[in-house]
Design a protein around this ligand. Structure first.
Ligand SMILES: [Zn+2]
Length: 286
């Protein structure tokens, strides 16, 4: 499984609620040590014009010039430098998935970014940059975004509405399921997707495998570790059975270790990587 990662995707913004700008480096380190059948690939950055496939051109230039605050509420040059690489990583992973069946992008911080605004640790919406790139260039006719982050992908919805897309199926679990009581309904809703996609098959799935849906997450709380594994198994095995390419990313995850590290969150993402490999990677190592 190809994993799109570069140190250029990482930005250091100091101590912050969201570790999403530093998380790719930690997950990459864990993947390297894991022995899983993966191959790291450097993503190509997207251009300002490509970012503007999903955003107002004025907003894009204001962000990239540091004129207005990014999704972390600052104007960090380090974050600005990372942005073309994070959206680029998602786009590269999607293109690889179209070839290989599955691919991973070590990215977070997309789904609250709307057409002309940053929000909730999200600056540019790499999911929508990817979806609009693939649709407008004719690589695909129908994109499904399965957003299993704890939070509602309101930015994604905002951009879909702005452009009036009927060729993007957006299923954002954060819209409906919020507490541990919802776990059964959550997993049932996931299982239902297989019949929906059999009848109305997308050409690619972009899967946000958020770790903040974990019951112990300070900003989350629906699924246990075991139920999160079940979540990933349902999604990846459905994609495999239906032959739908799937590109997945990390999305949220805010648990902290006593020493302020993020090993618990990294371990949850590693479960997703392990399940993706076990379902998709054959003896050829993909
Ligand atoms: Zn979230």
């Amino acid at each position: 499984m190809k994993v799109y990662y570069s140190e250029l995707m990482v930005a250091d913004i100091g101590r912050h609620t969201s570790p999403s700008s530093i998380k790719p480096g930690y997950v990459a380190e864990a993947l390297r040590a894991s022995g899983l059948p993966i191959r790291f690939v450097e993503p190509d950055p997207v251009s300002a014009e490509e970012i503007a496939l999903a955003h107002s051109p004025t907003f894009v230039s204001q962000i990239l010039s540091g004129e207005i605050c990014n999704g972390f509420g600052n104007q960090s040059a380090d974050v600005i430098r990372s942005l073309p690489f994070t959206s680029g990583s998602m786009l590269c992973a999607a293109q690889a998935a179209l070839q290989d069946g599955v691919a991973c992008s070590l990215t977070s911080g997309f789904h609250h970014a709307g057409y002309s605004h940053a929000a909730g640790f999200c600056t540019f919406n790499g999911l929508m940059v990817t979806a609009r790139y693939l649709l407008t260039k004719g690589y695909v006719k129908h994109v499904a975004i399965i957003d299993c982050d704890q939070h509602y992908g309101d930015g994604t919805e905002n951009i879909i509405k702005h452009f009036g897309h009927t060729d993007i199926t957006h299923i954002s679990f954060g819209k409906w399921y919020h507490t541990a009581k919802d776990a059964g309904a959550y997993l049932n809703r996931l299982r239902k997707m297989e019949s929906e996609f059999t009848d109305n098959r997308p050409d690619i799935i972009l899967y946000q495998a958020g770790a903040d849906v974990h019951v112990n997450d300070p900003l989350g709380g629906v699924l246990t570790t075991e139920q999160m594994r079940e979540r990933d198994e349902i999604v990846f095995s459905m994609a495999k059975r239906l032959g739908i390419p799937i590109a997945w990313n990390l999305a949220g995850g805010y648990q902290r270790d006593p020493d302020n590290g993020i090993s618990t969150v990294v371990a949850l993402h590693m479960n997703t990587a392990e399940i993706a490999c076990s379902i998709f990677v054959d003896g050829n190592g993909l």
